[in-house]
Design a protein around this ligand. Structure first.
Ligand code: PGA
Length: 252
């Protein structure tokens, strides 16, 4: 049976004092969870604090992005090796804010995925359609294209060591969650598409849902057969919300 994962994506939020309070609660909750891995993806400057507070606990952590390059003259870029040095297990790649605000193409996302993988990080590959794409009926084409860009670069076996997060752009930070049925439909599509290349990889792949997940809607989403956890933005900044979402991911 696939393990569950709930990952917080703090985005550009937090400070040393508020992080300390949040991480104390997260590490306490993580040790009580059964069959759910609990991760936080924090801003780069807070990786050191996170490493100090979570090392030796059941909680794990990651970066929210990673450079597609290695060490060298790439001002502002943080390499996968640096994330590894600060104890990261995960790196989010291809978040819609990276794609849409920072202009990352499918090719850049594929290169970041490969760089993370090569360094031994587990990429959390985000895919998802905009509202306009959903309304024009091209959701599967868009998600398929985003997946194919990574598979054709890194290979299907690499996907077996990664996590995919389906995040409809229209549901991120808007309070408009996809219904469990809408999310399941796309999760099923993703798993089937991967099964065409490799049935075992598809069966083992953790596919997270992201987009306005809250304690109040988490259990219904996680009750769907192809939803293996969540990537949580706003609600991951509120300890009680985030820990309740983690508990909702436990199998009953
Ligand atoms: P949200 O963000 O939970 O605030 O909608 C999710 C994400 O962007 O990963």
């Amino acid at each position: 049976m696939r393990g569950r994962l709930v990952a917080g994506n703090w985005k550009s939020n937090g400070n040393l004092a508020s992080n300390q309070r949040l991480l104390e609660q997260v590490r306490g909750e993580a040790s009580r969870l059964r069959g759910v891995e609990c991760a936080v993806c924090v801003p780069y400057p807070y990786l050191s604090q996170t490493q100090q507070m979570l090392t030796g606990t059941a909680a794990v952590w990651g970066g929210q992005d990673v450079s597609q390059f290695g060490a060298g003259a790439f001002t502002g870029a943080v390499t996968a090796a640096m994330l590894v040095e600060f104890g990261c297990r995960y790196a989010i790649v291809g978040h819609s804010e990276r794609r849409n605000v920072f202009g990352e193409s499918d090719a850049v996302v594929a290169a970041k995925f490969a760089a993370a993988m090569t360094a031994g990080l587990t990429p959390i590959l985000c895919v998802g359609e905009t509202l306009q794409e959903r309304e024009t009926g091209v959701t599967e084409q868009v998600v398929g294209r985003q997946l194919d860009a990574v598979i054709s670069g890194a290979g299907i076996a690499a996907l077996g060591k990664a996590v995919v997060a389906y995040e409809p752009v229209w549901a991120i930070g808007t309070g408009k969650t996809a219904t469990p049925e809408q999310a399941q439909a796309v999760h099923g599509f993703i798993r089937n598409r991967i099964a065409v290349s490799d049935v075992a990889v598809a069966a083992a792949l953790r596919i997270l849902y992201g987009g306005s997940v809250k304690a109040a809607n988490a259990a219904q989403l996680f009750g769907k057969p192809d939803i293996d956890g969540g990537l949580i933005g706003g609600a991951s900044l509120v300890a009680e919300e985030f820990t309740a979402i983690c508990r909702a991911a436990e199998r009953r």
